[in-house]
Ligand binder design. Structure first.
Ligand SMILES: Cc1ncc(COP(=O)(O)O)c(C=O)c1O
Length: 400
């Protein structure tokens, strides 16, 4: 009898975490490595949020809480949805978990049966397909090409739907491309979904507040009220509030689904960290001025990276609407050879050579379901980004 479960063979470890670990290992061994793999802001959690966490500790708010969130946080989340998205939810429609990741996982575990299909626009966040497979479902990736600004077209969505489709996972602004859907682009997708009443929408709005220029964020249930009863609107404090380590994510949707997610959570992790929940109350209800300040920095970095990469013959780097990623294509470099004799036959080879030859860690596109590309996270200092892009320029110049 095998010791490890069959389920385990259906999933692979997160490639983004693997790249970050490899870059950290090389650094620790004394190599000069610039890591552009990690999907987390380099900013500190703002002081007023930290203070709320410290206050919670000092006030003894350190015990178990209700499984899917304290009432104060649920109230703050309802207020947030109303304020930012015009969506009305009551606390019984809200679930709080240990990061956005657990929320998505709970929802899939609570709803998928063997063979149920989940449409996932590609390039996608690495965890979606594996979570679907862990829950016994079948991921159905649909490629949104660079020519279409990495955005799914309504006819592609329509063509991917079968009588087994249970969910569409929607993520805008996107990890890994940064692409953000305009109101009209999203409406064209929700129009398709309205015609298919059995399909649910899991919208991952984690990067809602990280949008630049005049991009206006919108979310499916807001655009199309007919979808309200079959949409799980997921969000979290990790990215916009620089709170990745606090592990708080949340979602709102139909009560029955929220209750099912609570059941899963009650038998796995129970409540998310009590201290983090109080910090999240402050994040959602307190001063938000820092988001604007952080976004001005992210926008400057995005423009820097896009402009330096766009100077490289063979690389195409679109300018995305949000998040803190770019997803350049290396189509024009395929077939070339490095000075050490490695032939660039894929984005994986490219990324490996980039790390070994010039010490820049990026994540290869195959991990996200669209090749040949790579993902850069520009959530790091301007100086590191300038140096990294200049090393990429040198590396590409050296290809023949
Ligand atoms: C698109 C997307 N969704 C969800 C998450 C998970 O966020 P959390 O850290 O809150 O679990 C991430 C984190 O990288 C992400 O990029």
């Amino acid at each position: 009898m095998a010791f490890l479960s069959d389920t385990l063979s259906r999933v692979k470890p997160s490639p983004t975490i693997a790249v970050s670990n490899l870059a950290a290992e090389l650094k620790a061994a004394g190599h000069d490595v610039i890591g552009l793999g990690a999907g987390e802001p380099d900013f500190e959690t703002p002081d007023h949020i930290k203070a709320a966490g410290i206050r919670a500790i000092n006030e003894g708010k350190t015990k178990y809480t209700a499984v899917d969130g304290i009432p104060e946080l649920k109230a703050a989340i309802c207020e947030k949805f109303q304020r930012d998205n015009g969506l009305v939810y009551e606390p019984a429609q809200v679930s709080v978990g240990t990061g956005g990741k657990q929320i998505l996982f709970n929802a899939l575990m609570a709803t998928l049966n063997e063979g149920d299909e989940v449409i996932i626009p590609a390039p996608y966040w690495v965890s979606y397909p594996d979570m679907v497979m862990l829950a016994g479902g079948r991921p159905v990736p649909v490629v949104a090409t660079l020519e279409n600004d990495f955005k799914l077209k309504p006819e592609q969505l329509e063509a991917a739907i079968t009588d087994k489709t249970k969910w569409l996972i929607f993520n805008s602004p996107s990890n890994p491309t940064g692409a953000g859907y305009s109101r009209a682009e999203l409406k064209s997708l929700t129009d398709v979904l309205v015609r298919h009443p059995n399909i649910w929408v899991m919208t991952d709005d984690m990067y809602e507040h990280l949008a630049y220029d005049d991009f206006e964020f919108c979310t499916p249930a807001q655009i199309e009220p007919q979808l309200y009863d079959r949409t799980l609107t997921c969000n979290g404090v990790s990215k916009a509030y620089a709170m990745t380590g606090w592990r708080i994510g949340y979602a709102a949707g139909p009560k029955e689904l929220i209750a099912a997610m609570r059941k899963i959570q009650s038998q796995s992790t129970s409540n998310p960290c009590s201290i983090s929940q109080w910090a999240a109350v402050e994040a959602l209800t307190g001063n938000h001025d820092f988001i604007k300040e952080n976004n001005a920095i992210f926008k400057r970095r995005r423009d820097l990276v896009v402009s330096m990469l766009s100077e490289i013959p063979g690389i195409t780097c679109p300018k995305p609407e949000g998040a803190f990623y770019v997803y350049p294509s290396i189509e024009g470099l395929i077939g070339k050879t490095t000075p050490k004799g490695t032939q660039i036959d894929s984005d994986e080879t490219f990324s490996k050579a980039l790390l070994e030859d010039v010490g820049v860690a990026v994540v290869f596109g195959a991990a996200f379901g669209l090749s040949p590309n790579f993902r850069i996270s520009y959530a790091t200092s301007d100086a590191a980004l300038k140096e990294a892009c200049s090393r990429i320029q040198t590396f590409c110049k050296g290809l023949s």
